[in-house]
Design a protein around this ligand. Structure first.
Ligand SMILES: Cc1ncc(COP(=O)(O)O)c(C=O)c1O
Length: 393
């Protein structure tokens, strides 16, 4: 009999979630309708933002945020070297060049000095990433952006429910726009889905246009005046269909009622890992800074592979045999063949030696199981398996 594997992440779906989605199936709206508005209201309330604009995917939300910021050909956008590729791809979709900054060695959040060195006269936007759920150095990134006349799009795909200097991620104190993802391994899910939060009315308007083909329906904003009649609408920009459906939004709104409980459980799991791993010097968790509180999308550790005498593939294989799934977050984005080609073609090749902290992090990175339904016994099982596989040193 094969051992069931603990995945590194998974969704938590309740009977209330199922009832919420089923109710929409019996209603008049399947695609974007009243449930999307209610879901957006729950996001605004939880994050303290003036506007929340739901999107079909987090990736589409980042794309929309870059478009709303006016990113286009000839521009550059700087993001962290250690992130999911979508944090950079959003700029490439618009013909701009994504470039990368190194990370801090302790938290793996973007290194602000490296970020500043990556800024050129072509830079338009900075995209800090709240890696694993711990907010980036948002105040410093914001100060840098203001100094250079840039916008900040915070990639908060990992950090819904996190706090920075006592305020919720998404409140907009240090970001012009904040992007969320609702992929199943995230804090709440809509299957696929995302959103952008902003306090800026003009950006919010542009974000709404972009997700719906660039179509304007508000008469006072029509180019043609007076409006020819009640049927009339204008496609004023080249947008997309990036709408979230009411089916998804109902799931999201139901999940939002449990966000505090989900985040509390993730923090309790992290605290237990921290305690148990204190006896395993070959397994080192990321540092947690005093002025911010992670919502732990991931629990990422550094494995001392040299001391363990094994390569990472072997460690992952042996953990799996012990019933423990794991994953690597992330391959430094500049290493991907698309970005290598793209950066070289722009005359900005990125070599691994230029990113010592990202390379060092990547070499030993492993994400351990982290999701609300993980039990304390599961955490003990993961740490026991690690003790067996990498040794106690
Ligand atoms: C840091 C980061 N940014 C962006 C995304 C894209 O979000 P989505 O999968 O909802 O398109 C993800 C998804 O995993 C992510 O981890």
């Amino acid at each position: 009999m094969s051992t069931p594997i603990l995945p590194y992440g998974r969704q938590s779906i309740s009977e209330d979630d199922i009832a919420a989605v089923t109710a929409v199936l019996r209603s008049d709206f399947l695609t974007q309708g009243p449930e999307v508005e209610r879901f957006e209201a729950s996001l605004r309330e939880a994050c303290g933002a003036k506007h929340a604009i739901a999107y079909s995917h987090g990736t589409a939300a980042l794309f929309g945020a870059c478009w709303a910021a006016g990113v286009g050909p000839g521009d550059e956008v700087v993001t962290s070297a250690i992130t999911f590729a979508a944090s950079a791809n959003c700029a490439a979709y618009l013909g701009a060049l994504p470039v990368f900054a190194d990370v801090r060695p302790d938290t793996c959040g973007v290194d602000v000095a490296s970020l500043e060195r990556a800024i050129t006269p072509k830079t338009k936007v900075l995209i800090p990433v709240d890696f694993t759920g711990q907010p980036a150095d948002l105040a410093q990134v914001h100060a840098l952006a203001k100094k250079h006349g840039l916008l900040v799009i915070e990639d908060a795909a990992h950090s819904l429910g996190a706090l920075y200097q006592g305020e919720p991620v998404g409140c907009g104190r240090y970001a012009d726009m904040t992007m969320l993802s609702f992929h199943p391994v995230k804090h709440i899910t809509t299957g696929e889905g995302g959103a952008v939060l902003t306090n800026d009315d003009n950006l919010a308007h542009r974000l709404r246009l972009f997700r719906n083909h660039g179509i304007e329906r508000e008469e006072s904003r029509f180019v043609t005046q007076p409006s020819p009649g009640p049927w009339y609408h204008e496609m004023q920009e080249l947008g997309h269909n990036f709408r979230l459906t009411d089916l998804q939004a109902a799931l999201g709104r139901s999940q939002m009622t449990r966000l505090p409980a989900f985040v509390a459980r993730r923090r309790a799991i992290a605290a237990l890992y921290d305690k148990l791993l204190a006896d395993l010097p070959r397994v080192r968790p990321l540092a947690q800074l005093q002025d911010r509180l992670s919502s732990y999308h991931l629990y990422a550790v550094q494995i001392d592979l040299a001391a363990a005498g094994k390569d990472r593939a072997q460690v992952m294989h042996e953990l799996r045999q012990a019933g423990v799934g794991s994953q690597v977050h992330y391959i430094p984005v500049y290493r991907h063949p698309f970005h290598q080609r793209n950066l070289a073609a722009a005359g900005r090749p990125h070599r691994p030696e230029q990113f010592p902290n990202a390379e060092a992090y990547y070499a030993g990175a492993l994400s351990l199981p982290m999701y609300p339904a993980l039990t304390d016994q599961d955490v003990v099982k993961v740490v026991d398996a690690l003790r067996q596989v990498v040794g106690i040193g």
